[in-house]
Design a protein around this ligand. Structure first.
Ligand SMILES: [Zn+2]
Length: 238
């Protein structure tokens, strides 16, 4: 898949982050293998609960991460990790029931992979949408720099006046193109899962093709993905 992300300062002036605009493959061409799942919502993320907790490893600086390859876009103040934190998601009214289910499943994948440190709550239609942390909507097409078409796109606003080094994330928006998403191998669930990784603060991509946050990744959330996210929030605590 192709993925690009933008971040906006509080003043609302978009700043394109070059590190986010890493684009590797033609979405329809699938020139690189898409790992983890065969697409169409079959990308179930499974984590062996008997295995060492990757979140603990990352938080303690143990195990392999790609922390050096990702720049935090900011951090959610709600996620005062390691305590569990909750982010709300609003699905655009234009999303079909299938798409809404895919979003719900992608969010659940992160909850499962982080063993509940990150929790999402999908707002019901009519529920106070102004309070949504993350909004997910569809787009007819996305044209990233360099040409081609993207399957997903993330957009965030952060409070750059915050004491945190990269600022606090105020809100995030995730867009996906259904037609392109279904050609990437990961389906809508996989693309949204990847974009939620950016929305959680992972600003960049893993160099490892078997990680969800690889630039072509739409598969399972790897232990390395979880460790890296934990390391990101660990560093926010100094
Ligand atoms: Zn990406």
């Amino acid at each position: 898949m192709r993925c690009s992300c933008q971040i906006a300062g509080r003043a609302g002036v978009p700043q394109r982050l070059v590190s986010f605009a890493i684009i590797a493959i033609l979405a329809a061409g699938a020139l690189l293998p898409v790992t983890g799942c065969g697409g169409g919502g079959s990308g179930v993320t499974t984590h062996d609960l008997a295995a060492p907790d990757p979140w603990e490893e990352g938080a303690r600086g143990l195990g392999e991460t790609y922390r050096g390859r990702v720049t935090a876009v900011g951090r959610w103040p709600q996620l005062t990790l390691p305590s569990p934190g909750e982010l709300t998601i609003r699905c655009s009214p234009g999303l079909s029931p299938d798409h809404r289910l895919a979003v719900e499943e992608a969010a659940h994948d992160w909850e499962q992979a982080t063993r509940g440190r990150v929790q999402f709550r999908l707002l019901a239609d009519g529920e106070d949408s102004a309070r949504a942390d993350i909004t997910v909507a569809t787009a007819n097409s996305l044209a990233p720099p360099g040409g081609g078409s993207a399957a997903g796109f993330s957009w965030m606003e952060r409070d750059t006046g915050d004491a945190a080094p990269e600022g606090s994330i105020l809100w995030a928006r995730v867009l996906f193109v259904p037609a392109v998403s279904t050609t990437t191998g990961g389906g809508v669930r996989g693309v949204v899962r990847h974009e939620l990784g950016h929305a959680l603060g992972l600003g960049g991509h893993s160099p490892h093709s078997d990680d969800l946050m690889h630039e072509s990744g739409t598969g399972a959330i790897s232990r390395r993905d979880v460790r890296t996210l934990a390391a990101l929030y660990r560093s926010s605590r100094g």
